[in-house]
Design a protein around this ligand. Structure first.
Ligand code: NAD
Length: 511
């Protein structure tokens, strides 16, 4: 069947019904959603107003006041049930991700697997929200550090990980005793409706098992920037985790700090890999191909800059060009496809404009053209490999499309400097079998990114590590390691169990 003949509206309806979303949620509104797979309209949603958003936040605050009193391991039980619902719904939700975002099947499923993984992580965490006992200088005193729930956690997410980003934040926020209010991308609200329905199913089971849980523990707000801003400006939202472009973070960050709220900013990346003389070139080829072309170049961690040592340049780059020329591009729902569509026409225009700029700066472009699949309103492209004489012009910016800028290098210290000489700092990697180069890359004088890998590409992180980046990537960390601490407030407690009142630092105040 041709792509344009696919009835994605009907399939979306079937999936949403299976996932527990009633039809009145995605018909009869003003927010039109189309599938990038063939441009079919797949839903028209009602949007929330900024006023409704404010009311929802007040209600979420009430939910927080109750939820914070529930013991953390019991809160973990809700997240365990959510994980179970996600497991049962993996196929349907993964398929819906593929339809709404255009991800290939294994990536759509992989995104849901990531949600399951973070639920598992959060359940374990619910029994490990450890504080410290700290040595005190005063006798018969005890000093400790406690972690308490924070409040309503606002979640603003980008189109390219339409559901996983919610779970990274929500699973941790919930076990930490918070309520959440989520504003997904206006390009991907249908998968958000499905996730909300799964959450509500888990909550119902939790209530049946445990007796009670507050209403409005997790709220979904459908809308654009104005709804996001209502979340950002509301005094009862002490933390907003915002994932998206650096341009969005530049607006959201200062607005949050203006009212002394916390932020987790997960913004754009401009990720690089360094290919050294001793690199295993077969492995490198696969690592580069997945990182640069996977998800049609629409991951925050997508590989965009490739520095290849002059001694291996002529061995690797022609092989890469062959891979770029032969990679299967097309219907992401079909087995065997590796590169699906761009999200929309604007993404295609941005890509073409970056390629023009690269040509003007002396770049030699291979690929990048539109691939006609008989679906006029969908935008499929051949990934572009651009040999650049230097790191200038569009190489310094993130273009959210599959463009890989390739540059030759001679000296290791110089390439480290070039690697770090862009404003973004999300992910990075080095391919080498030289232990000194590998260790230097991950050392303090190596990559300046939040993620630095050896012998694998910069994209495709696991949930166990803290995820996020430096500089214009925003500095936030979410997901694994001790990222949970951002979702709680820390209190230092000193308890005097003696009969005297010794003051710290030997201060005397005898009245
Ligand atoms: P975007 O910035 O256009 O939108 C992201 C979200 O922010 C949307 O929900 C949008 O409605 C909201 N938003 C925009 N302006 C806002 C404002 N002023 N106040 C409140 N909310 C606002 O990003 P996108 O096109 O959906 O996603 C692609 C971008 O996201 C890329 O730059 C990519 O690198 C980045 N991204 C980063 C990460 C990460 O973890 N670092 C992960 C995924 C995507």
């Amino acid at each position: 069947m041709t792509i344009s003949a696919l009835d994605l509206a009907a399939e979306t309806k079937r999936l949403l019904t299976e996932l527990g979303v009633s039809a009145d949620r995605y018909i009869g509104g003003t927010l039109r959603v189309t599938s990038p797979v063939n441009g079919n309209e797949i839903g028209v949603l009602k949007e929330h107003s900024a006023l409704e958003a404010k009311d929802a936040i007040e209600a979420a605050h009430q939910a927080f006041l109750e939820w914070r009193a529930v013991p953390a391991p019991k809160r973990g039980e809700l997240v365990r049930l959510l994980g179970e619902e996600l497991r049962a719904a993996k196929a349907a939700l993964g398929r819906l991700v593929s339809i709404e975002v255009g991800k290939i099947t294994s990536e759509g499923l992989g995104e849901v697997q990531e949600m399951i993984d973070i639920c598992d992580f959060a359940v374990g965490l619910s029994r490990q929200l450890y504080g410290l006992t700290i040595a005190t200088e005063r006798s018969e005193h005890r000093m400790m550090e406690s972690w308490h729930p924070l409040g309503v956690v606002g979640i603003i997410s980008a189109f390219n990980f339409p559901v996983a980003v919610w779970s990274w934040n929500a699973a941790l926020a919930l076990v930490c005793g918070n309520s959440t209010v989520w504003k997904p991308s206006e390009k991907t609200p249908l998968t958000a409706l499905a996730v909300q329905a799964l959450f509500e199913k888990a909550l119902k089971r939790f209530v049946a098992e445990s007796g009670a849980a507050p209403a409005n523990l997790s709220t979904l707000l459908i809308g654009g920037r104005d709804v996001g801003e209502a979340l950002v400006d509301h005094p009862k939202v002490p933390l907003v985790s915002a994932t998206g472009s650096t341009a969005m973070g530049r607006v959201v960050g200062p607005r949050l700090s203006q009212r002394f709220a916390r932020s987790i900013l997960e913004l754009g990346g401009n990720n690089a890999a360094v290919i050294c003389p001793t690199a295993d070139l077969d492995l490198t080829l696969r690592g580069v191909a997945f990182s640069a072309m996977g998800t049609a170049g629409q991951r925050c961690t997508t590989l965009r800059r490739l520095f290849v040592h002059e001694s291996v340049y002529d061995k690797l780059v022609p092989r890469l060009k062959t891979a770029y020329g032969s990679v299967s591009i097309g219907n992401p729902l079909e087995t065997g496809t590796l590169v699906g569509p761009l999200i929309d026409k604007q993404a295609f225009t941005n890509m073409q404009s970056a390629l023009e700029q690269a040509r003007a700066a002396g770049g030699k472009v291979t690929g990048g053209e539109r691939v006609e699949n008989g679906a006029g309103d969908a935008f499929y492209v051949r990934p572009a490999l651009v040999e650049m004489p230097a790191q200038t012009g569009p190489v310094e910016h993130e273009t959210f499309a599959p463009i890989l800028y390739v540059m030759k290098y001679t000296d290791f210290d110089q390439v480290l400097e070039l690697h770090n000489a862009v404003p973004q700092g999300l992910s990075s990697s080095i391919f080498t079998n030289d232990m000194r180069e590998a260790e230097t890359f991950v050392s303090a004088r190596g990559s300046d990114c939040g993620i630095a890998n050896v012998n694998l590409g910069p994209s495709g992180a696991e949930i166990g590590g803290a995820f996020g980046g430096e500089k214009e990537t925003g500095g936030g960390r979410e997901s694994g390691s001790d990222a949970w601490k951002a979702y709680m407030r820390r209190a230092t407690n000193t308890v005097n169990y003696g009969k005297t009142l010794p003051l710290a630092q030997g201060v005397r105040f005898d009245v």
